[in-house]
Write a protein that binds this ligand. Structure first.
Ligand SMILES: [Zn+2]
Ligand SMILES: [Zn+2]
Length: 160
């Protein structure tokens, strides 16, 4: 009979009851562990080895599972040097003087020079622009309606 169980890293896996107690490898993270028996009492057993896991040896990409210090990485910004070489720099380097490794130009890291900041600005500009455009459309439609109503009114008046 098939049953579901979790690998020590929390990936939900499915196996057969006959496999309980056997070693298996999690296809998601490659963790090798013993398949727990599907009895309710075994649930605790399956959870316990988690705390005994050596965090250092865990492969990358397991963010959010313990080791908060390493998974909490600063945001990366891309800032071009005065000669246009795009450099990747963590957010906490902002405001510091740095040397471009490509051309040795010295410059200050500024958030407003970063690709991310410019992209954000561009998106904001576009959003405002689009809203303005929409307003113009509304005005044009309103004006059109008024003109049409006026013409209709005149036609009706002329027929009377
Ligand atoms: Zn896993
Ligand atoms: Zn450069």
């Amino acid at each position: 009979m098939a049953f579901q169980f979790m690998c020590p890293r929390g990936h939900l896996l499915e196996g057969d009851e006959s496999q309980a107690g056997q070693q298996c490898r999690c296809p998601q993270c490659g963790m090798v562990f013993i398949i727990p028996t599907p009895a309710p009492a075994a649930v605790q057993e399956a959870v316990l080895p988690e705390s005994a896991l050596p965090e250092e040896s865990s492969p990358a990409g397991m963010a959010g599972f313990g080791a908060a210090a390493t998974s909490n990485q600063p945001r990366m910004l891309h800032i071009p040097c005065p000669n246009g070489h795009e450099l990747e720099t963590p957010e906490d380097m902002l405001g510091q003087e740095v040397l471009c490794p490509h051309c040795n130009a010295q410059f200050k890291l500024r958030e407003r020079d970063s690709v991310e900041f410019r992209r954000q600005r561009a998106a904001e500009f576009e959003r405002i622009h689009r809203r303005k455009g929409k307003n113009w459309m509304n005005w044009a439609i309103a004006l059109g309606v008024i003109v049409v109503l006026g013409v209709l009114g005149m036609i009706i008046m002329a027929f009377n």
